[in-house]
Design a protein around this ligand. Structure first.
Ligand SMILES: [Zn+2]
Length: 388
């Protein structure tokens, strides 16, 4: 009997080591694939021009995965070394706090949650197992801890003053990366508006009211009802603007986009999206909304992944950007990779020169490419971050 218990104990320990030690890596590799592995070829002209750009990307889910942001991996799409190699100057890191099983772009119901399994399987603190606010706080802690260990290589921006200081320093030290914290889905408030201030204190400066499903703030573009902002949602958005938190309308239902824009006093972003004109899916923006976001002064981050592009090449990204520029204007288009967001993208962060090359081939001028690759996002951050 004793012997049987001992064997059972050994089996459980081995299973636990396998689950906590190896499974997260397999899941990560499986869920964040690339079209082709590195190295990524690009012409010398494109490569040189790419190195002269300030590159800013509006959406990356790296913090969800069991990876040290400072270490280089051969799985997933990003880490600080690969972002620096791809000449990214500013990366928005977004926290995911709930994701239903079987999520899809037609109809995703609230209810089940795969992030609980990730939190347990990756051995996140117990406080994160039942609270979405704690999951967001934990992901912010991960980024802050990495910045502290990075000897100044990674800087987390909280204010406009931080941004200006970072840009001045990067003039002479091109291997620096700025991170900005974001959240997709304000179910992360655990239904308490006061938690907005808690998340702001933790460094969050960009937030999307909804993610894949309708929540207590309003409808998702892949949800069931796809309604507008609720009374709670209106209060939260108003408080976000007071604090200097950028409203992100990625994943929002069309009606939530309209409702936020009707009352907006600051420019918004759509951090990662495609456009209906080049890929018809409910997840993507139609031309009417593209125009409204441009009127608001906002920036639309065009995604890199197959299901919003209806394609899987850098040329497909450039094609979606061409349409967005045609409808919204050159001042309102940026990058919204969705790196590490359980999507397939053509390249990891080290391959971004391929996008610059695709934009040159698409016929954009160098000035236009500078704007798309980062300058428009800088303008928006200067207009929206708290002064500090
Ligand atoms: Zn997303």
């Amino acid at each position: 009997m004793k012997r049987a218990l001992l064997i059972l104990a050994i089996v459980l320990v081995v299973a636990a080591i396998a689950f906590f030690g190896f499974a997260p890596g397999y899941v990560d590799r499986d869920m964040n694939p690339v079209g082709k592995p590195p190295p990524y070829e690009a012409s010398e002209v494109a490569r040189d021009f790419h190195q002269s750009l300030f590159v800013a990307d509006l959406h990356d889910d790296l913090l969800l995965w069991k990876r040290d942001p400072l270490k280089r991996y051969d799985r997933g799409h990003t880490d600080v070394p690969r972002l620096v190699e791809g000449n990214v100057g500013l990366q928005v890191f977004s926290a995911v706090t709930k994701s239903p099983w079987g999520q899809n772009y037609e109809l995703t119901e609230d209810g089940s949650d795969s992030v609980t399994l990730l939190a347990v399987g990756q051995a996140w603190p117990v406080r994160t197992w039942t609270s979405q606010k704690e999951r967001a706080l934990y992901q912010a802690e991960k980024l802050h801890a990495a910045a502290e260990r990075s000897a100044g290589m990674l800087v987390v921006l909280r204010t406009r003053a931080d941004l200006e200081q970072f840009l001045a320093q990067r003039e002479t030290e091109p291997d620096l990366l700025a991170g900005l914290l974001a959240i997709e889905g304000l179910h992360a408030l655990d239904r308490e508006i006061d938690n907005l201030d808690v998340l702001y204190e933790a460094g969050y400066r960009m937030m999307a009211p909804t993610h894949l499903f309708d929540n207590e703030l309003g409808g998702s573009n892949t949800g069931v009802e796809r309604g507008g902002l609720t009374a709670f949602g209106r209060r939260v958005v108003r408080r976000m603007e007071e604090l200097g938190i950028i409203v992100d309308l990625a994943h929002a239902s069309d009606q939530v986009v309209e409702d936020v824009l009707d009352g907006a006093t600051r420019p918004v972003v759509v951090s990662h999206t495609g456009v209906q004109a080049t890929c018809e899916t409910k997840r993507n923006l139609n031309d009417h909304l593209l125009r409204r976001i441009a009127e608001n002064g906002g920036v639309i981050g065009v995604g890199f992944w197959d299901t919003v592009l209806c394609g899987d090449s850098p040329a497909d990204i450039a094609r979606a950007m061409r349409h967005t520029v045609a409808v919204a204007g050159i001042d309102h288009v940026g990058l919204g990779s969705d790196f590490d967001g359980t999507v397939r993208v053509p390249f990891d962060a080290t391959g971004l020169a391929q996008l610059t090359e695709a934009l040159l081939k698409e016929g954009f001028t160098e000035m236009e490419i500078r704007q798309i690759m980062g300058e428009n996002v800088l303008r928006l951050l200067r207009a929206t971050l708290p002064a500090g």
